[in-house]
Design a protein around this ligand. Sequence first.
Ligand code: NFS
Ligand code: SF4
Length: 654
Amino acid sequence: MSEAKKKAVDRNRTIDPAVLEVLSGQLPVDTAYDRYLAQQPQCKFGDTGICCRICIQGPCRITAKAPKGVCGATAYTIVARNLIRSVLGGASAHSDHSKHILLTLKALLEGHAPDYSIKSPEKLRAIATRFEIPVEGRTDLEILADVVKLGLEDYTRMTGGKVRWVEKTVTPGRVKKFTECNIMPTSVFQTIASAMSQTHMGMDADPVNLIFKALEASLADYTGMHIGTDLSDVLFGIPTPIYTEANFGVIDPAKVNIAVHGHNPLLSEMIVQAAREMDSEAKAAGATGIQLMGICCTGNEVLMRQGVPPVTNFLSQELPIMTGAIDAMVVDVQCIMPGIQAVSECFNTRIITTAQNAKIPGSYYVDYSEERALDQAKEVIRIAIDGYKERAGVECVIPSVKNKVVAGFSLEALYDLFGALNPDAPIKVVTDALKSGELRGVVLFAGCNNLKVTHDENHTVIAKELAKNNVLLLSTGCAAGSYAKLGLLSPEAVDQYAGDSLKAFIRKLEEANAGKLEGKLPLVFHMGSCVDNTRATNFATAIANDLGVDVPKIPFAASAPEAMSEKAIAIGSWNVAMGLPVHVGVVPPVTGSELVNGIALQIAHDVYGGFFIWETDPYKAAEKILEALDYRSWKLKIHAQTAEKFETKASAAW
Ligand code: NFS
Ligand code: SF4
């Protein structure tokens, strides 16, 4: 194949037909698909984690000729330090996002967030009860004040005490393990600062010590995420099943098209509300209405609670602009490619940044604050309407691809479904199915896209393979975005891809809930944005508690088939600490140290019961995940039989 031809093929590294259609339009626009090729070959030192730039005597690169950095740091120290810094990047991002929500609730208490209210008093009370905060005879605001106080303490405690959000949401076995291994965070900020200090030049050189600190940092990440999900539910409501559509076909050239992109629902929820109020303004401008659509995790947030259709996921975020029909793309924080601005300048799209810590040169900027949220949402929509007026009459090229989507499966929503079959103990619907073999296991798909693999291919191939093998599938983040776009969140996918007993399991749930649901159930259950991964952990915890064992013994695994961000590294790390097998479909930069790589793949299992699996081939990945599930089911059964025979408690070992 000629170089030019090969480049054209490589550029189309996606299986999404809508994305392929836009790419094949050969518009002279530079996107991530082109820039990835321009970056080749990528540096092997960085790729394997053995480049250190922590002090400015560096960069130091480990080679056979120079096996130590200038200071004497060896490969294992450098790889471990780089790893912990990635976890810290992720933990900072998540906790900053959730801190924003926590502070908005504080502002609400103080009367400075007039557009926000408590949408879910029942979630507030459930959180309070979890932490033994009294609820009887108290107002929502009184309870909220105590919950916010606890959240602030979990963020800022300097010494003495441990984060309550971990202590009260994991199994007793995990609390014991985290305490014994000394990885229970004191608080989110204290752990992040002390871990960062530990990686400074001339600090910790011990890779095991560094990795334990990385796990503590990952639990700080978990804390921030859990607080984020809990409080978002209080503010915006607990997601319940919701029916909509996804992919480029949701763009309507006759409407004012606004894409919301980023992570934090604080502004995007207001935009949804404002759009409903401003339909007439759009019509007065000649449009038939306002079409909102989501990208990345802000998209997931407003999909889960408001049914806003996802247009695309991370990797293809620049491409909706190339249809010519997007009037505004409103971004908040994280996973926003700076490249969207240059693409937007070739079309009629207005990029609107809204966060003081995430600006893009050349973009519009609305300085979001919780005090003026709804007004600012309206300002955003007016910018989009102005864009529409300029665009009207210009030809748009929009792929017509779209698929049905059923989303909104918070753990509460899942319990509600299970409760129709077993009202006294909803979780038993799953544990019984695991024990009988009706379900071969449960797998959470999470994480991003990454051009090191073909866009969306790993996500979909692994999910289909596992569905065929009767694994119950959960998803969050851009993994869920991929399933939404490509039809795996549709009821039809159950008939197409589920093995017989998974199909029977889903049908049974459908029948028991008939009348309550607007339609049928999907193949993959969308649990929310990336921040909402703790919903899935709560699910695993409930399964373990019901089976009377710790998490490392249950047939439950996680997979990030196309991991990309530091947040994904943080999430993967705490899932390992929680005791789960965690597949990653892109090899992370740790292979430069056999020791660190070995800890991730093997030693972690000995200590925590969880471990990583690096596998880039989706078929092999599915096999490895099934193997991990089967091994756990087999052991669980043997331990249960032995316990019964000798009338003892089930073994705590794994
Ligand atoms: Ni998670 Fe969500 Fe997507 Fe990855 Fe980015 S949007 S927070 S990091 S790329 S899933
Ligand atoms: Fe080199 Fe050591 Fe400085 Fe890293 S900390 S850049 S290995 S001298």
